[in-house]
Design a protein around this ligand. Structure first.
Ligand SMILES: Nc1ncnc2c1ncn2[C@@H]1O[C@H](COP(=O)(O)OP(=O)(O)O)[C@@H](O)[C@H]1O
Ligand SMILES: [Mg+2]
Length: 578
Protein backbone atom coordinates (compact mmCIF):
# COMPACT_ATOMS: atom_id res chain seq x y z
CA UNK A 1 0.00 0.00 0.00
CA UNK A 2 1.33 3.45 -0.79
CA UNK A 3 2.10 5.99 1.89
CA UNK A 4 -0.94 8.01 3.02
CA UNK A 5 -0.93 11.61 1.82
CA UNK A 6 -3.02 14.68 2.53
CA UNK A 7 -5.78 15.14 -0.03
CA UNK A 8 -7.62 18.04 1.61
CA UNK A 9 -7.07 20.56 4.45
CA UNK A 10 -9.64 22.98 5.80
CA UNK A 11 -9.13 24.58 9.20
CA UNK A 12 -8.90 21.93 11.89
CA UNK A 13 -9.82 19.14 9.46
CA UNK A 14 -7.64 17.21 7.02
CA UNK A 15 -8.30 14.22 4.82
CA UNK A 16 -5.72 11.65 3.87
CA UNK A 17 -5.61 8.54 1.75
CA UNK A 18 -5.03 5.70 1.52
CA UNK A 19 -5.70 5.47 5.24
CA UNK A 20 -8.71 3.18 5.42
CA UNK A 21 -6.90 0.75 7.70
CA UNK A 22 -6.38 3.31 10.49
CA UNK A 23 -8.39 2.90 13.65
CA UNK A 24 -11.03 5.35 14.68
CA UNK A 25 -9.41 7.87 17.07
CA UNK A 26 -5.94 6.72 16.07
CA UNK A 27 -3.36 9.44 16.56
CA UNK A 28 -1.55 10.46 13.37
CA UNK A 29 1.19 12.92 12.44
CA UNK A 30 0.04 15.23 9.71
CA UNK A 31 2.34 16.75 7.10
CA UNK A 32 6.00 17.67 7.13
CA UNK A 33 5.54 19.59 10.36
CA UNK A 34 4.18 16.40 11.93
CA UNK A 35 1.19 18.10 13.45
CA UNK A 36 -0.72 15.84 15.80
CA UNK A 37 -4.18 14.81 14.75
CA UNK A 38 -6.79 12.19 15.40
CA UNK A 39 -8.74 10.07 12.91
CA UNK A 40 -12.40 10.88 13.45
CA UNK A 41 -13.98 9.28 10.39
CA UNK A 42 -13.08 6.54 7.96
CA UNK A 43 -14.85 6.28 4.65
CA UNK A 44 -13.43 3.63 2.33
CA UNK A 45 -9.82 4.58 1.80
CA UNK A 46 -10.20 8.11 3.10
CA UNK A 47 -9.58 9.07 6.72
CA UNK A 48 -10.79 12.37 8.11
CA UNK A 49 -8.46 13.80 10.73
CA UNK A 50 -9.03 16.52 13.28
CA UNK A 51 -5.75 18.32 13.73
CA UNK A 52 -4.83 19.63 17.16
CA UNK A 53 -2.70 22.44 15.80
CA UNK A 54 -2.79 25.33 13.32
CA UNK A 55 -2.92 23.83 9.85
CA UNK A 56 -1.87 26.94 7.93
CA UNK A 57 1.08 26.13 5.70
CA UNK A 58 0.25 22.44 5.52
CA UNK A 59 0.14 21.38 1.87
CA UNK A 60 -1.62 18.72 -0.16
CA UNK A 61 0.38 15.58 -0.91
CA UNK A 62 2.34 15.90 2.32
CA UNK A 63 2.67 12.58 4.17
CA UNK A 64 0.56 11.37 7.07
CA UNK A 65 2.10 8.95 9.56
CA UNK A 66 0.17 6.51 11.73
CA UNK A 67 1.20 6.11 15.37
CA UNK A 68 -0.76 2.95 16.14
CA UNK A 69 -2.29 4.34 19.32
CA UNK A 70 -4.99 6.79 20.24
CA UNK A 71 -4.40 10.13 21.94
CA UNK A 72 -2.59 9.01 25.04
CA UNK A 73 -1.10 10.77 27.99
CA UNK A 74 1.63 9.54 30.31
CA UNK A 75 0.53 9.38 33.90
CA UNK A 76 3.16 9.53 36.61
CA UNK A 77 4.92 11.81 39.06
CA UNK A 78 5.43 15.36 37.82
CA UNK A 79 1.84 16.10 36.84
CA UNK A 80 1.23 18.23 39.94
CA UNK A 81 2.18 21.81 39.27
CA UNK A 82 2.14 21.22 35.52
CA UNK A 83 0.66 23.69 33.04
CA UNK A 84 -0.41 21.72 29.99
CA UNK A 85 -2.05 22.47 26.67
CA UNK A 86 -5.15 20.60 25.51
CA UNK A 87 -3.22 17.53 24.41
CA UNK A 88 -0.90 17.39 27.39
CA UNK A 89 2.20 19.26 26.30
CA UNK A 90 3.80 21.43 28.99
CA UNK A 91 3.19 25.07 28.12
CA UNK A 92 6.21 26.67 29.71
CA UNK A 93 8.41 24.57 27.52
CA UNK A 94 6.43 25.56 24.47
CA UNK A 95 6.07 29.32 24.85
CA UNK A 96 8.04 30.96 22.08
CA UNK A 97 9.47 34.46 22.09
CA UNK A 98 6.47 36.01 20.38
CA UNK A 99 4.41 34.92 23.39
CA UNK A 100 2.64 32.18 21.48
CA UNK A 101 2.45 29.16 23.66
CA UNK A 102 3.12 26.45 21.14
CA UNK A 103 5.40 25.81 18.22
CA UNK A 104 3.61 23.55 15.73
CA UNK A 105 4.48 19.89 15.71
CA UNK A 106 6.47 20.09 18.89
CA UNK A 107 6.00 16.84 20.72
CA UNK A 108 7.14 17.63 24.22
CA UNK A 109 6.40 14.85 26.67
CA UNK A 110 3.86 15.60 29.39
CA UNK A 111 6.23 14.37 32.08
CA UNK A 112 9.77 15.67 32.35
CA UNK A 113 11.90 12.77 31.04
CA UNK A 114 14.91 13.97 33.00
CA UNK A 115 13.36 14.46 36.43
CA UNK A 116 14.43 11.86 38.95
CA UNK A 117 12.15 10.58 41.68
CA UNK A 118 13.04 8.73 44.82
CA UNK A 119 11.01 5.51 44.81
CA UNK A 120 10.34 3.46 47.92
CA UNK A 121 8.84 0.01 47.24
CA UNK A 122 6.06 -1.17 49.48
CA UNK A 123 6.14 -4.78 48.28
CA UNK A 124 8.89 -7.34 47.84
CA UNK A 125 10.04 -9.56 45.02
CA UNK A 126 7.83 -12.62 44.81
CA UNK A 127 4.64 -10.71 45.55
CA UNK A 128 1.72 -11.40 43.25
CA UNK A 129 0.10 -8.22 42.07
CA UNK A 130 -2.99 -7.34 40.12
CA UNK A 131 -4.07 -4.30 38.22
CA UNK A 132 -4.31 -1.27 40.52
CA UNK A 133 -2.09 -2.65 43.30
CA UNK A 134 0.45 -0.25 44.77
CA UNK A 135 4.11 -1.04 44.08
CA UNK A 136 5.53 1.74 46.20
CA UNK A 137 5.57 5.48 46.59
CA UNK A 138 7.25 8.67 45.47
CA UNK A 139 6.90 11.97 47.31
CA UNK A 140 5.74 13.93 44.30
CA UNK A 141 5.30 17.27 46.05
CA UNK A 142 5.61 18.13 49.70
CA UNK A 143 2.49 16.67 51.27
CA UNK A 144 1.46 14.45 48.39
CA UNK A 145 2.51 10.84 48.27
CA UNK A 146 2.26 9.52 44.74
CA UNK A 147 1.26 5.88 44.80
CA UNK A 148 2.84 4.00 41.94
CA UNK A 149 0.25 1.50 40.74
CA UNK A 150 0.23 -1.57 38.52
CA UNK A 151 -1.26 -0.18 35.28
CA UNK A 152 -4.81 -1.24 34.38
CA UNK A 153 -4.85 -4.63 32.72
CA UNK A 154 -1.47 -5.82 34.04
CA UNK A 155 -0.94 -8.50 36.67
CA UNK A 156 1.61 -11.11 37.70
CA UNK A 157 4.31 -12.15 40.10
CA UNK A 158 7.07 -9.64 40.75
CA UNK A 159 10.46 -11.06 39.77
CA UNK A 160 12.41 -8.05 40.88
CA UNK A 161 11.75 -4.60 42.40
CA UNK A 162 14.25 -1.87 43.23
CA UNK A 163 14.52 1.03 45.58
CA UNK A 164 16.31 4.11 44.27
CA UNK A 165 16.10 7.22 42.18
CA UNK A 166 14.47 6.83 38.81
CA UNK A 167 13.13 8.76 35.84
CA UNK A 168 9.53 8.18 34.78
CA UNK A 169 10.64 5.75 32.07
CA UNK A 170 13.17 3.69 34.03
CA UNK A 171 12.18 0.15 34.93
CA UNK A 172 11.55 -0.13 38.67
CA UNK A 173 10.21 -3.65 38.72
CA UNK A 174 9.85 -6.67 36.43
CA UNK A 175 7.13 -9.28 36.38
CA UNK A 176 7.85 -12.99 35.93
CA UNK A 177 6.86 -12.80 32.29
CA UNK A 178 9.48 -10.09 31.77
CA UNK A 179 7.06 -7.13 31.59
CA UNK A 180 8.65 -4.00 32.99
CA UNK A 181 6.89 -1.69 35.44
CA UNK A 182 7.75 2.00 35.56
CA UNK A 183 6.91 5.10 37.57
CA UNK A 184 4.58 6.12 34.73
CA UNK A 185 2.25 4.47 32.28
CA UNK A 186 0.32 5.62 29.21
CA UNK A 187 -3.44 5.97 29.12
CA UNK A 188 -5.79 6.80 26.21
CA UNK A 189 -7.56 9.92 27.44
CA UNK A 190 -10.95 9.29 25.88
CA UNK A 191 -11.36 6.06 27.83
CA UNK A 192 -12.40 6.10 31.43
CA UNK A 193 -10.01 4.35 33.78
CA UNK A 194 -11.25 1.14 35.34
CA UNK A 195 -12.42 1.05 38.94
CA UNK A 196 -13.47 -1.51 41.52
CA UNK A 197 -16.97 -0.24 42.24
CA UNK A 198 -18.92 2.95 42.62
CA UNK A 199 -19.77 4.26 46.07
CA UNK A 200 -22.36 6.79 47.13
CA UNK A 201 -21.04 10.21 48.14
CA UNK A 202 -20.99 10.60 51.91
CA UNK A 203 -19.06 13.74 52.64
CA UNK A 204 -19.26 17.24 51.25
CA UNK A 205 -16.75 18.86 48.99
CA UNK A 206 -16.10 21.98 51.06
CA UNK A 207 -16.27 24.83 48.58
CA UNK A 208 -15.69 27.65 51.05
CA UNK A 209 -18.63 29.47 49.46
CA UNK A 210 -21.47 29.69 51.98
CA UNK A 211 -24.22 29.71 49.38
CA UNK A 212 -23.00 26.30 48.20
CA UNK A 213 -21.91 24.68 51.45
CA UNK A 214 -25.04 25.74 53.30
CA UNK A 215 -27.77 25.83 50.65
CA UNK A 216 -26.65 23.78 47.62
CA UNK A 217 -23.90 21.42 48.77
CA UNK A 218 -21.99 19.01 46.59
CA UNK A 219 -20.49 15.76 47.82
CA UNK A 220 -17.04 14.49 46.96
CA UNK A 221 -17.66 12.63 43.71
CA UNK A 222 -20.58 14.83 42.74
CA UNK A 223 -21.15 16.78 39.55
CA UNK A 224 -22.39 20.33 39.25
CA UNK A 225 -23.30 22.57 36.34
CA UNK A 226 -22.88 26.31 36.79
CA UNK A 227 -24.79 27.99 33.98
CA UNK A 228 -24.90 31.74 33.68
CA UNK A 229 -24.88 34.49 31.09
CA UNK A 230 -21.90 36.70 30.38
CA UNK A 231 -20.56 38.46 33.48
CA UNK A 232 -22.61 36.50 36.02
CA UNK A 233 -19.50 35.23 37.80
CA UNK A 234 -18.82 31.74 36.41
CA UNK A 235 -15.11 32.28 36.05
CA UNK A 236 -14.79 33.85 39.50
CA UNK A 237 -16.56 30.82 41.01
CA UNK A 238 -14.40 28.27 39.18
CA UNK A 239 -11.24 30.13 40.14
CA UNK A 240 -12.29 30.61 43.76
CA UNK A 241 -12.93 26.89 44.06
CA UNK A 242 -9.58 26.06 42.49
CA UNK A 243 -7.85 28.38 44.94
CA UNK A 244 -9.62 27.69 48.21
CA UNK A 245 -11.86 24.63 48.11
CA UNK A 246 -10.77 21.46 49.90
CA UNK A 247 -9.42 18.74 47.67
CA UNK A 248 -6.18 16.78 47.55
CA UNK A 249 -5.73 17.60 43.87
CA UNK A 250 -7.30 20.29 41.68
CA UNK A 251 -7.49 20.10 37.91
CA UNK A 252 -8.41 23.44 36.37
CA UNK A 253 -9.34 23.42 32.68
CA UNK A 254 -9.44 26.79 30.96
CA UNK A 255 -11.44 25.71 27.95
CA UNK A 256 -12.09 28.11 25.10
CA UNK A 257 -12.31 31.22 27.27
CA UNK A 258 -10.24 34.38 26.92
CA UNK A 259 -6.48 34.09 27.11
CA UNK A 260 -6.05 37.05 29.44
CA UNK A 261 -8.19 35.33 32.08
CA UNK A 262 -5.96 32.29 31.89
CA UNK A 263 -2.87 34.50 32.12
CA UNK A 264 -4.35 35.81 35.39
CA UNK A 265 -4.81 32.28 36.64
CA UNK A 266 -1.20 31.43 35.86
CA UNK A 267 -0.06 34.56 37.66
CA UNK A 268 -2.32 34.21 40.73
CA UNK A 269 -1.87 30.50 41.24
CA UNK A 270 1.89 30.77 41.20
CA UNK A 271 1.80 33.16 44.16
CA UNK A 272 -1.02 31.81 46.31
CA UNK A 273 -0.42 29.61 49.29
CA UNK A 274 -2.81 27.19 50.91
CA UNK A 275 -3.88 28.75 54.22
CA UNK A 276 -3.83 25.37 55.99
CA UNK A 277 -0.54 23.93 54.75
CA UNK A 278 1.24 27.17 53.87
CA UNK A 279 2.45 25.56 50.65
CA UNK A 280 1.99 26.85 47.12
CA UNK A 281 -1.40 25.89 45.74
CA UNK A 282 0.44 24.71 42.61
CA UNK A 283 1.64 21.79 44.75
CA UNK A 284 -1.85 20.36 44.38
CA UNK A 285 -2.90 21.87 41.05
CA UNK A 286 -2.74 20.92 37.39
CA UNK A 287 -3.65 23.63 34.90
CA UNK A 288 -4.87 22.74 31.44
CA UNK A 289 -5.00 25.66 29.08
CA UNK A 290 -6.86 25.78 25.84
CA UNK A 291 -7.97 29.35 25.36
CA UNK A 292 -10.17 30.72 22.59
CA UNK A 293 -7.16 31.55 20.40
CA UNK A 294 -5.88 27.97 20.48
CA UNK A 295 -6.92 25.24 18.02
CA UNK A 296 -10.45 24.03 18.44
CA UNK A 297 -9.77 20.29 18.16
CA UNK A 298 -7.41 20.43 21.13
CA UNK A 299 -10.25 22.00 23.09
CA UNK A 300 -12.19 18.78 22.66
CA UNK A 301 -9.19 16.83 23.96
CA UNK A 302 -8.46 19.15 26.90
CA UNK A 303 -11.53 18.05 28.83
CA UNK A 304 -10.69 14.36 28.45
CA UNK A 305 -7.09 15.02 29.42
CA UNK A 306 -8.22 16.74 32.62
CA UNK A 307 -10.63 13.92 33.40
CA UNK A 308 -7.95 11.26 32.86
CA UNK A 309 -5.48 12.97 35.17
CA UNK A 310 -8.22 13.35 37.78
CA UNK A 311 -9.09 9.64 37.59
CA UNK A 312 -5.43 8.74 37.97
CA UNK A 313 -5.10 10.56 41.31
CA UNK A 314 -8.52 9.23 42.31
CA UNK A 315 -7.14 5.72 41.79
CA UNK A 316 -4.35 6.52 44.26
CA UNK A 317 -7.06 7.21 46.84
CA UNK A 318 -7.31 10.98 46.61
CA UNK A 319 -10.17 13.40 46.30
CA UNK A 320 -9.77 15.34 43.07
CA UNK A 321 -11.85 18.26 41.87
CA UNK A 322 -12.07 19.20 38.20
CA UNK A 323 -13.09 22.75 37.44
CA UNK A 324 -13.87 23.40 33.79
CA UNK A 325 -14.51 26.85 32.33
CA UNK A 326 -16.45 26.35 30.18
CA UNK A 327 -18.08 23.18 28.93
CA UNK A 328 -20.06 25.23 26.40
CA UNK A 329 -16.85 26.13 24.57
CA UNK A 330 -16.01 22.44 24.47
CA UNK A 331 -19.45 21.70 23.00
CA UNK A 332 -18.93 24.48 20.48
CA UNK A 333 -15.71 22.82 19.40
CA UNK A 334 -17.68 19.62 18.74
CA UNK A 335 -20.20 21.67 16.76
CA UNK A 336 -17.50 23.30 14.69
CA UNK A 337 -15.89 19.98 13.84
CA UNK A 338 -19.26 18.38 13.07
CA UNK A 339 -20.13 21.25 10.75
CA UNK A 340 -16.85 20.83 8.88
CA UNK A 341 -17.66 17.16 8.49
CA UNK A 342 -21.08 18.13 7.17
CA UNK A 343 -22.72 15.85 9.67
CA UNK A 344 -26.46 16.04 10.08
CA UNK A 345 -26.91 18.81 12.65
CA UNK A 346 -29.12 18.39 15.70
CA UNK A 347 -30.57 21.10 17.90
CA UNK A 348 -28.98 24.53 17.36
CA UNK A 349 -26.40 23.00 15.06
CA UNK A 350 -24.84 20.80 17.74
CA UNK A 351 -24.12 17.24 16.67
CA UNK A 352 -26.86 14.77 17.49
CA UNK A 353 -24.49 12.86 19.79
CA UNK A 354 -23.84 15.90 22.01
CA UNK A 355 -26.06 14.81 24.92
CA UNK A 356 -24.61 11.31 24.79
CA UNK A 357 -21.01 12.59 24.85
CA UNK A 358 -21.84 14.92 27.69
CA UNK A 359 -23.43 12.29 29.87
CA UNK A 360 -20.48 9.95 29.29
CA UNK A 361 -18.19 12.73 30.38
CA UNK A 362 -20.16 13.61 33.52
CA UNK A 363 -20.32 9.90 34.38
CA UNK A 364 -16.57 9.87 34.84
CA UNK A 365 -17.11 11.85 38.06
CA UNK A 366 -17.89 9.84 41.17
CA UNK A 367 -16.67 8.35 44.39
CA UNK A 368 -15.17 4.94 43.76
CA UNK A 369 -13.25 2.08 45.19
CA UNK A 370 -10.14 1.46 43.13
CA UNK A 371 -9.05 -1.75 41.48
CA UNK A 372 -6.55 -3.92 43.28
CA UNK A 373 -6.37 -6.33 46.20
CA UNK A 374 -6.27 -3.54 48.83
CA UNK A 375 -8.59 -1.02 47.21
CA UNK A 376 -8.44 2.68 48.00
CA UNK A 377 -11.37 5.05 48.04
CA UNK A 378 -11.08 8.16 45.91
CA UNK A 379 -13.37 10.64 44.24
CA UNK A 380 -13.59 12.92 41.25
CA UNK A 381 -15.84 15.93 41.72
CA UNK A 382 -16.73 17.70 38.48
CA UNK A 383 -17.84 21.33 38.54
CA UNK A 384 -18.28 22.93 35.19
CA UNK A 385 -19.29 26.36 33.96
CA UNK A 386 -21.86 26.47 31.18
CA UNK A 387 -22.23 29.61 29.08
CA UNK A 388 -25.69 29.65 27.49
CA UNK A 389 -25.89 32.30 24.78
CA UNK A 390 -27.91 35.25 26.05
CA UNK A 391 -28.22 33.54 29.44
CA UNK A 392 -31.12 31.45 28.15
CA UNK A 393 -30.99 28.04 29.87
CA UNK A 394 -33.30 26.43 27.29
CA UNK A 395 -30.37 25.53 25.06
CA UNK A 396 -28.81 22.12 24.39
CA UNK A 397 -25.66 22.32 26.54
CA UNK A 398 -27.46 23.54 29.65
CA UNK A 399 -30.29 21.08 29.10
CA UNK A 400 -27.98 18.11 28.53
CA UNK A 401 -26.10 19.04 31.72
CA UNK A 402 -29.31 19.29 33.73
CA UNK A 403 -30.24 15.75 32.84
CA UNK A 404 -27.13 14.30 34.48
CA UNK A 405 -25.75 16.59 37.19
CA UNK A 406 -26.52 16.20 40.87
CA UNK A 407 -26.53 19.91 41.59
CA UNK A 408 -27.31 23.07 39.69
CA UNK A 409 -25.86 26.42 40.65
CA UNK A 410 -27.85 28.69 38.37
CA UNK A 411 -26.41 32.18 38.04
CA UNK A 412 -28.72 35.10 37.54
CA UNK A 413 -27.87 38.24 35.57
CA UNK A 414 -30.20 40.37 37.72
CA UNK A 415 -28.37 39.41 40.90
CA UNK A 416 -24.99 39.99 39.23
CA UNK A 417 -26.24 43.40 38.15
CA UNK A 418 -27.12 44.19 41.78
CA UNK A 419 -23.61 42.95 42.63
CA UNK A 420 -25.07 40.13 44.70
CA UNK A 421 -22.15 37.68 44.35
CA UNK A 422 -21.97 34.72 43.98
CA UNK A 423 -25.04 35.51 41.85
CA UNK A 424 -26.67 32.14 42.60
CA UNK A 425 -30.40 32.18 42.02
CA UNK A 426 -31.69 30.45 45.13
CA UNK A 427 -35.08 29.81 43.55
CA UNK A 428 -33.95 27.72 40.59
CA UNK A 429 -30.74 26.21 41.96
CA UNK A 430 -30.88 22.79 43.60
CA UNK A 431 -28.76 20.02 45.04
CA UNK A 432 -29.50 16.32 45.25
CA UNK A 433 -26.58 15.97 47.68
CA UNK A 434 -28.25 17.51 50.73
CA UNK A 435 -29.03 14.15 52.34
CA UNK A 436 -25.66 12.63 51.42
CA UNK A 437 -23.80 15.43 53.19
CA UNK A 438 -26.19 15.96 56.13
CA UNK A 439 -24.44 13.68 58.62
CA UNK A 440 -21.07 15.22 57.97
CA UNK A 441 -22.35 18.77 58.36
CA UNK A 442 -24.25 17.83 61.51
CA UNK A 443 -21.12 16.45 63.15
CA UNK A 444 -18.51 18.84 61.75
CA UNK A 445 -20.58 22.00 61.30
CA UNK A 446 -23.24 21.95 63.98
CA UNK A 447 -26.04 19.64 65.09
CA UNK A 448 -28.68 22.08 63.84
CA UNK A 449 -27.06 22.55 60.40
CA UNK A 450 -30.03 21.06 58.52
CA UNK A 451 -32.49 23.25 60.41
CA UNK A 452 -30.43 26.38 59.69
CA UNK A 453 -30.37 25.45 56.01
CA UNK A 454 -34.14 25.00 55.87
CA UNK A 455 -34.79 28.20 57.81
CA UNK A 456 -32.49 30.22 55.56
CA UNK A 457 -34.25 28.93 52.45
CA UNK A 458 -37.64 29.61 54.01
CA UNK A 459 -36.57 33.14 54.90
CA UNK A 460 -35.46 33.83 51.34
CA UNK A 461 -38.71 32.45 49.94
CA UNK A 462 -40.79 34.46 52.38
CA UNK A 463 -38.77 37.53 51.43
CA UNK A 464 -39.59 37.11 47.77
CA UNK A 465 -43.31 36.85 48.46
CA UNK A 466 -43.24 39.86 50.75
CA UNK A 467 -41.31 41.95 48.30
CA UNK A 468 -43.96 41.28 45.70
CA UNK A 469 -46.60 42.44 48.14
CA UNK A 470 -44.49 45.41 49.26
CA UNK A 471 -44.11 46.36 45.61
CA UNK A 472 -47.89 46.77 45.51
CA UNK A 473 -48.69 48.30 48.89
CA UNK A 474 -45.37 49.80 50.01
CA UNK A 475 -43.08 48.60 52.80
CA UNK A 476 -44.75 50.84 55.38
CA UNK A 477 -48.02 48.99 54.97
CA UNK A 478 -46.40 45.70 56.04
CA UNK A 479 -46.75 44.26 59.53
CA UNK A 480 -43.72 44.52 61.82
CA UNK A 481 -43.16 40.75 61.61
CA UNK A 482 -42.98 40.97 57.85
CA UNK A 483 -40.58 43.87 57.96
CA UNK A 484 -38.38 41.75 60.22
CA UNK A 485 -38.39 39.05 57.52
CA UNK A 486 -37.31 41.59 54.90
CA UNK A 487 -34.50 42.74 57.16
CA UNK A 488 -33.44 39.15 57.94
CA UNK A 489 -33.37 38.29 54.26
CA UNK A 490 -31.29 41.36 53.57
CA UNK A 491 -28.77 40.19 56.15
CA UNK A 492 -28.88 36.72 54.57
CA UNK A 493 -28.13 38.10 51.11
CA UNK A 494 -25.44 40.53 52.16
CA UNK A 495 -23.62 38.75 54.95
CA UNK A 496 -24.50 35.08 54.79
CA UNK A 497 -24.65 34.05 51.14
CA UNK A 498 -22.93 37.07 49.63
CA UNK A 499 -19.15 36.70 49.43
CA UNK A 500 -16.59 39.03 47.95
CA UNK A 501 -14.07 36.94 46.04
CA UNK A 502 -11.54 39.76 46.24
CA UNK A 503 -11.55 40.28 50.01
CA UNK A 504 -8.77 38.30 51.72
CA UNK A 505 -10.97 37.15 54.61
CA UNK A 506 -14.25 36.84 52.73
CA UNK A 507 -13.13 34.92 49.65
CA UNK A 508 -13.17 31.65 51.58
CA UNK A 509 -15.46 30.70 54.45
CA UNK A 510 -14.61 27.83 56.76
CA UNK A 511 -17.43 25.47 57.69
CA UNK A 512 -17.35 26.98 61.19
CA UNK A 513 -17.74 30.52 59.87
CA UNK A 514 -20.60 29.48 57.60
CA UNK A 515 -22.30 27.75 60.51
CA UNK A 516 -21.96 30.70 62.87
CA UNK A 517 -23.25 33.23 60.35
CA UNK A 518 -26.30 31.04 59.70
CA UNK A 519 -26.80 30.56 63.44
CA UNK A 520 -26.50 34.30 64.13
CA UNK A 521 -29.06 35.04 61.44
CA UNK A 522 -31.43 32.57 63.10
CA UNK A 523 -30.73 34.20 66.49
CA UNK A 524 -31.49 37.57 64.96
CA UNK A 525 -34.86 36.36 63.67
CA UNK A 526 -35.74 34.73 67.00
CA UNK A 527 -34.72 37.66 69.16
CA UNK A 528 -36.31 40.16 66.80
CA UNK A 529 -39.55 38.26 66.78
CA UNK A 530 -39.58 38.01 70.59
CA UNK A 531 -38.92 41.75 70.88
CA UNK A 532 -41.79 42.52 68.53
CA UNK A 533 -44.21 40.28 70.40
CA UNK A 534 -43.22 41.88 73.70
CA UNK A 535 -44.36 45.19 72.28
CA UNK A 536 -41.13 46.77 71.05
CA UNK A 537 -41.90 48.48 67.72
CA UNK A 538 -39.92 47.49 64.61
CA UNK A 539 -38.58 51.07 64.39
CA UNK A 540 -37.05 50.70 67.84
CA UNK A 541 -34.80 47.75 66.87
CA UNK A 542 -31.18 48.81 66.49
CA UNK A 543 -30.76 47.26 63.04
CA UNK A 544 -27.83 49.48 62.08
CA UNK A 545 -25.74 48.00 64.90
CA UNK A 546 -26.74 44.48 63.90
CA UNK A 547 -25.71 45.05 60.31
CA UNK A 548 -22.33 46.44 61.34
CA UNK A 549 -21.79 43.42 63.58
CA UNK A 550 -22.67 40.92 60.83
CA UNK A 551 -20.37 42.75 58.42
CA UNK A 552 -17.55 42.45 60.93
CA UNK A 553 -18.02 38.68 61.24
CA UNK A 554 -18.13 38.27 57.47
CA UNK A 555 -14.77 39.97 56.93
CA UNK A 556 -13.09 38.94 60.19
CA UNK A 557 -9.52 37.66 59.98
CA UNK A 558 -9.40 34.08 61.27
CA UNK A 559 -7.83 35.01 64.61
CA UNK A 560 -10.55 37.61 65.35
CA UNK A 561 -13.52 35.53 64.24
CA UNK A 562 -14.55 34.20 67.66
CA UNK A 563 -14.47 37.68 69.15
CA UNK A 564 -16.59 39.15 66.32
CA UNK A 565 -19.10 36.32 66.73
CA UNK A 566 -19.39 36.99 70.47
CA UNK A 567 -19.87 40.72 69.84
CA UNK A 568 -22.59 40.00 67.31
CA UNK A 569 -24.39 37.73 69.76
CA UNK A 570 -24.34 40.59 72.26
CA UNK A 571 -25.53 43.13 69.69
CA UNK A 572 -28.44 40.87 68.77
CA UNK A 573 -29.36 40.37 72.43
CA UNK A 574 -29.28 44.13 72.96
CA UNK A 575 -31.04 45.23 69.80
CA UNK A 576 -34.51 45.52 71.32
CA UNK A 577 -33.39 47.13 74.57
CA UNK A 578 -33.85 50.84 74.29
N1 LIG B 1 -17.76 36.61 44.28
C1 LIG B 1 -17.52 37.79 43.65
N2 LIG B 1 -17.08 38.83 44.36
C2 LIG B 1 -16.85 40.02 43.78
N3 LIG B 1 -17.02 40.26 42.48
C3 LIG B 1 -17.45 39.26 41.71
C4 LIG B 1 -17.72 37.97 42.25
N4 LIG B 1 -18.15 37.19 41.24
C5 LIG B 1 -18.14 37.94 40.12
N5 LIG B 1 -17.72 39.19 40.38
C6 LIG B 1 -17.59 40.31 39.43
O1 LIG B 1 -18.22 39.97 38.21
C7 LIG B 1 -17.32 40.04 37.12
C8 LIG B 1 -17.63 39.00 36.09
O2 LIG B 1 -17.39 37.72 36.61
P1 LIG B 1 -16.89 36.54 35.68
O3 LIG B 1 -16.62 35.39 36.58
O4 LIG B 1 -15.78 36.95 34.80
O5 LIG B 1 -18.20 36.27 34.81
P2 LIG B 1 -18.45 35.16 33.69
O6 LIG B 1 -17.31 34.21 33.72
O7 LIG B 1 -19.74 34.52 34.09
O8 LIG B 1 -18.56 35.89 32.41
C9 LIG B 1 -15.96 39.89 37.78
O9 LIG B 1 -14.95 40.48 37.04
C10 LIG B 1 -16.15 40.57 39.11
O10 LIG B 1 -16.00 41.97 38.99
MG1 LIG C 1 -15.97 33.65 32.30
Amino acid sequence: MSEPRITRVAGAIAEAEPLGDAALYELVEVGKKRLLGEVIRIDGDVATIQVFEETSGVGLEEPVRRTGSSLTTRLGPGLLGAILDGIGRPLEGLADRSGNFIAPGATLPTLDPEARWSFVPSIESGATLSSGDVLGTVEERPGLIHRVMVPPGMAGRVADIQQGTFTVSDTIATLDDGSPLRLSHPWPIRERRPMGRRLPGDRPFITGQRVFDLLFPVVEGGSVAVPGGFGTGKTVIEQSLAKYAKADVMVYIGCGERGNEMAEVLHDFGRLTDPVTGRSIMDRTILIVNTSNMPVAARDASVYLGMTIAEYYRDMGYHVAILADSLSRWAEALREIAARLQEMPGEEGYPTYLANRMSRLYERAGRVESEGSAPRTGAVTFITAVSPPGGDFAEPVTQASLRVVGALWALDARLAHQRQFPAVDWDSSYSLYVDGSADWFASEGGADWAKLRTETIRLLQRDRELREIAGLVGVDALEDDDRLVLEGARIAREFLIGQNAFHPHDAFSTVAKTYHLARLLWAFMQTGSEALSSGVGFEKLDLAAVRVAFGAVKTAPPDALDERIAETEQTIADMGAT
